[in-house]
Design a protein around this ligand. Structure first.
Ligand code: OAD
Length: 231
């Protein structure tokens, strides 16, 4: 079924679960140089550093300290109960949407709990720390986090644009609008006549491209909006 509601999520949807966002004053990019830990060049220069960076993030997910919050749960309920169909496109590499129960889900920036072979692209699940010593089970090649870095193409863009061009409602939740192509999705959906909504703590960089905006914490805004849609 074509998804009539497309939901884009960013770091803000997981913030209240205890996962840091990128661009806040205490955000992840305040402490790390993006070039060092989130680019192919950074990985080539110091792969051990990049493995350590993502190991720290992965331990949060696997250690059980982080749980889906009311926003993730409301979106899963929307998918289960909205007859028109719902697709979530997340920029997040955590697994909180799937743990909440979402199934029609695209991880456009990859997944922290998977590794990818640099030689043959084989994907493998990874719940423990990774290191430069790890090798692909298929071909013996080196493994990298299955995360889209700056300068790389996001995943599944064809499927995402097909959904945007067919949707009736596009909602962006907890994303700052700094990173394209995701920051341009509202404009694409608006072009085909979809109603566009921004749900965020504060106006994003692309707030003016939305027809409707609501500001506050995701755990309050998202359950309320889902209630309205399902009413
Ligand atoms: P950012 O850190 O850029 O933005 C997070 C947004 O969430 C901000 O606009 C906050 O105001 C908002 N926010 C924070 N707490 C919130 C809450 N409790 N409820 C609602 N909103 C809240 O994160 P993203 O927009 O996801 O890419 O960043 C996009 C991409 O940039 C990431 O996927 C990552 C990063 O570099 C890659 O690593 C490829």
């Amino acid at each position: 079924m074509t998804a009539r509601i497309v939901v884009l999520t960013g770091a803000g949807v997981s913030a209240e679960s205890g996962i840091r966002t990128f661009r806040a004053a205490d955000g992840l990019w305040e402490e790390h140089r993006i070039e060092d830990v989130a680019t192919p060049e950074g990985f080539r220069a110091d792969p051990a550093l990049v493995h350590r960076f993502y190991n720290e993030r992965r331990r949060q997910l696997v250690g059980g300290t982080v749980e889906p919050n009311a926003a993730h749960l409301a979106l899963a309920r929307l998918e289960q109960q909205h007859p028109g169909g719902t697709m979530i496109v997340t920029q997040n590499i955590d697994d909180l949407h799937e743990r909440a129960g979402s199934r029609n889900l695209i991880h456009m920036h990859g997944e922290l709990l998977r590794m990818r072979c640099v030689a043959c692209d084989h994907l493998s699940e990874r719940l423990t720390d990774s290191s430069v010593a790890d090798a692909c089970a298929e071909c013996g090649g080196a493994l990298r986090p299955h995360v889209v870095w700056f300068g790389e193409m996001p995943l599944d863009l064809d499927t995402i644009y097909d959904a945007l061009e067919a949707c009736a409602v596009f909602v962006a939740i907890g994303t700052s609008g700094n990173v394209y192509p995701a920051a341009g999705f509202a404009a694409v959906a608006a072009q085909v006549g979809a109603h566009t909504i921004e749900l965020n703590l504060e106006p994003s960089e692309v707030a003016s491209t939305f027809a409707e905006t609501r500001y506050g914490p995701a755990t309050e805004l998202v359950p309320r909006w889902v209630e309205e849609v399902l009413a």
